[in-house]
Design a protein around this ligand. Structure first.
Ligand SMILES: Cc1cc2nc3c(=O)[nH]c(=O)nc-3n(C[C@H](O)[C@H](O)[C@H](O)COP(=O)(O)O)c2cc1C
Length: 244
């Protein structure tokens, strides 16, 4: 009989099999990811209160849907700031350096990085960026000219990426979660990606922006396009965003 590696994954990640973690042994926590020495931070505007404060919560839940076609209009920097705040915004720092954010995370580990492929945001040069959640700032990584070809090769629905104003790509830094949870970290990372993307859908709806979640990416190509190794850090989920 063929080995069912997914069943093996489930068993290997049973809670009882993942108790002997680095945290439980009081080993030092993983280092924070360093920025390049010459990284220039682009401060984002304060995320404002959502414009439509009267929005009915049940209506918001019911009307959420995936939008795959976008206009060529530009998003504002404030809109982008708001989406980043809703998906990864840091509400509070905790002793030891961890954070409480607008999305839940097992053990408040918050192991995600948000990469942004930006094509139409007012005031930002098109290109690949990384969001720094604690600073609520962006770091420019590469021009769109350099990044486009390799990024598009990473997605099955490359046309949707091409048409988006911004594509969000969430990667996981495994050790940030595995330190506390061992191999069970893989489960938590995939679960948490749903929380993040749902907040993107809901916040974008209130800003009259369209979103489509993207699980159809070619892992190796996308990881390579982002300059990550696919093991210590790997792409988990993505979503296109644009003006409707
Ligand atoms: C985990 C996940 C992965 C998805 N991947 C893709 C994708 O790669 N391409 C795409 O066009 N839509 C993708 N979607 C969007 C779904 O197709 C969409 O949610 C579904 O058709 C239901 O439509 P609704 O979101 O409008 O309710 C994905 C959704 C989820 C939750």
């Amino acid at each position: 009989m063929q080995e069912n590696i997914c069943q093996k994954f489930l068993q290997a990640t049973y809670l009882k099999n993942c108790q002997n973690t680095k945290k439980s042994q009081a080993l030092p926590p993983p280092a924070k990811r360093p920025l390049f020495a010459d990284a220039v931070l682009i401060a984002l505007p304060e995320p404002e209160l959502l414009p439509d404060k009267q929005i009915n919560f049940l209506e918001l839940i019911e009307l959420r849907s995936s939008v795959r076609q976008y206009s060529t209009a530009y998003m504002t920097l404030k809109e982008l700031s708001c989406l980043l705040w809703c998906t990864q915004g840091v509400k509070m720092g905790l002793p030891g350096g961890s954070t409480i954010r607008n999305v839940p995370s097992a053990g408040a580990c918050h192991a995600f990085e948000t990469y942004l492929y930006i094509q139409r945001v007012e005031g930002l040069r098109p290109g690949l960026y990384r969001f720094l959640a604690p600073e609520h700032a962006l770091v420019f990584l590469d021009t769109a000219d350099n990044a486009e070809k390799s990024l598009l090769a990473g997605f099955k629905a490359a046309n949707m990426i091409k048409d988006s104003a911004v594509t969000f790509i969430w990667t996981a830094r495994l050790e940030a979660m595995a330190y506390a949870f061992g191999n069970r970290a893989y489960r938590y990372l995939f679960i948490e990606a749903g929380h993040v993307c749902q907040n993107l859908y809901l916040s974008a709806y209130t800003l009259h922006l369209g979103v489509c979640a993207i699980g159809g990416f070619y892992d190796e190509e996308l990881n390579a396009a982002l300059g990550i190794d696919g093991q210590d850090e790997f792409a988990v989920y993505a979503a296109t965003v644009g003006k409707i």
